[in-house]
Structure formats: C-alpha cells, structure tokens
Write a protein that binds this ligand. Structure first.
Ligand code: G3P
Ligand code: MG
Length: 267
C-alpha cells in the first residue's frame, strides 16, 4: 500500500513533490489499462489494478457546466455512444452515455468517468493518479485553472497529491495559478527547441516525452536541471529497455499485461 491514505488535519497537503522527493511508482497504466478495457473508465482502472498497477494516467476535460470528466478526444464518437464535442454537454448528460460498448460486449453500459468518481476510487484504494489536462478547443487556461482547483479540493485529504500534466502550456499555467502546490509535468510530443526553458518557467517537477524522442543526452540534461524524467507510451520490451538503459524514471504504458508493476525489468 502507498502512503495516500487519509491523514489528520495537521498532515493534509504536507507533501511537496519534487524530482528528489518523488512519491510515485515507476509504472503508470495509460488511460487505466491501455487497450485492454475501455480507456478512461473506472473499469479500466480496475483492470489495471488487477495487474498490480497502483498509478493511472487519464485524460481530463470540462463539461459545459464546468465539471471535470474523462475523455481523450475532443469528440465523443470513438469512445462512447455520444455525438459531437464532449465539452458541449453538461455532466448530467455525459454520465448517461455508454463508454464501454465501443470496446467490447464485456463492458457494455460502462459509464463515462467523472473526476469525482476517479478521486473516490483512487483514495479508497490508496492509488496514485496522473491527471492529464486535456482541454476542449480554446479552453486551455480555464481547464487548467478548474481541473487544478478541483483536483486540489478532491484530494485534499491525501498525503500524496495528484500529479498534473499537459501538452498545453496554458493549461499548465492555469493549474499553476489555482493549484500551485500540485506537482506539474510538461508533456512533449518531441524535444522541441524550448522544452527545458518551458519546464522551468512552468515550475514543473517532471518532463514526460514520447518514448521515441527521448535520447540519453536529453534525459541526463533534464535530470541535471532538476526534473524527473518520464515517458509515454512504450509498449514493447525493446522500447522500455531502451529507456531504462538511458535512465528513465517513470513509464506510462498500455501493456499492463506485459509489464509487471511489481517487478520492473532489468534496470
Ligand atoms: O499522458 C501521457 C499520454 O497519455 C499522452 O498522450 O494522447 O495518449 O493522451 P495521449
Ligand atoms: Mg493522456
């Protein structure tokens, strides 16, 4: 069990995450359980947990009435029986949707997950969470502000805070404003010209890059500048071993069935 259990008032929010004070496990289950269950649903979290995973990445955005829910795409079609932009519906409409049938009959009727439900599930089970802030179009700053605020409130009784990340600079700026004490990670599709400067400006504690683009030199540079180094979404032994050889410190994978969360491969 990790140390995310409820604390006394005097202990609340006392843990300051940094690269040198990193409370999260090495293995993180992408969207709950990768492709083995419908992404970003509690069913996926449960399946990931059944493989021993204790930390989950998920994609969070705002409903029309500014509540937080889980959805990767801007639109609902691929991963639910809904239509159109997810952020154009109120939460009361979103929770009526079937977010499981698209995947398989096993998961028919699985509801779209709210951030509130994710928070309850993780806290009851002492699980860690990586909330990727995934704004609907033109809502980057506001989504960061509100998801940061909600995450801070929902996890206020936990020793270990939720880890926030985003590709969207303005989303991270929003979270930095409303929830400055929650740890932030800068997500990168590749190592752009200003990744290090941007991670510093946003006061991130981690940089999370697409696994194909991390180099050994960049990992050393990030570490030398005080950042934890994570990667998404390596799904093969070779890809994971390459990163481990470079010194990677955390992996977000779909293959919860291939990589044991309890027994990391050779490091
Ligand atoms: O947070 C890591 C990873 O989830 C980023 O990419 O598109 O799968 O959300 P994506
Ligand atoms: Mg994601």
């Amino acid at each position: 069990m990790n140390s995310a259990a409820p604390l006394s008032n005097s202990q609340k929010n006392s843990f300051k995450v940094s690269a040198h004070n990193w409370p999260y496990p090495f293995w993180i289950a992408h969207r709950g359980a990768g492709k083995l269950a419908p992404e970003n649903t509690l069913a996926a979290f449960r399946l990931g947990a059944s493989y021993g995973y204790t930390m989950f990445e998920c994609d969070v955005k705002l409903s029309l009435d500014e509540q937080a829910f889980l959805l990767h795409d801007d639109t609902l079609e691929r991963t639910s029986n809904g239509q159109g932009v997810g952020g154009n519906l109120n939460l009361s409409q979103l929770i009526q949707l079937d977010a499981g049938s698209w995947h398989s009959r096993t998961y028919a009727g699985e509801p779209l997950a709210t951030l509130n439900a994710v928070s309850a599930f993780c806290q009851k089970n002492d699980f860690f969470i990586n909330l990727e802030i995934k704004p609907s179009p033109n809502l980057d700053f506001k989504t960061g502000e509100l998801v940061g605020l909600m995450a801070m409130q929902m996890w206020q009784d936990c020793a270990i805070p939720p880890f926030l990340s985003s590709f969207q600079i303005d989303a991270l700026r929003g979270a930095q404003k409303t929830a400055p004490n929650l740890p932030r990670g800068l997500l990168l599709e590749h190592l752009n010209d200003d990744w290090l400067g941007m991670a510093k400006e946003l006061e991130c504690c981690a940089v999370i890059c697409d696994h194909e683009f991390w180099t050994e030199q960049a990992i050393h540079l990030a570490k030398a500048n005080g950042f934890k180094t994570l990667s998404y979404t390596p799904n093969t032994l070779d890809a994971v071993q390459r990163l481990i050889d470079f010194g990677i410190e955390g992996i977000i994978t779909d293959r919860v069935d291939l990589f044991s969360a309890a027994k990391p491969i050779k490091t």
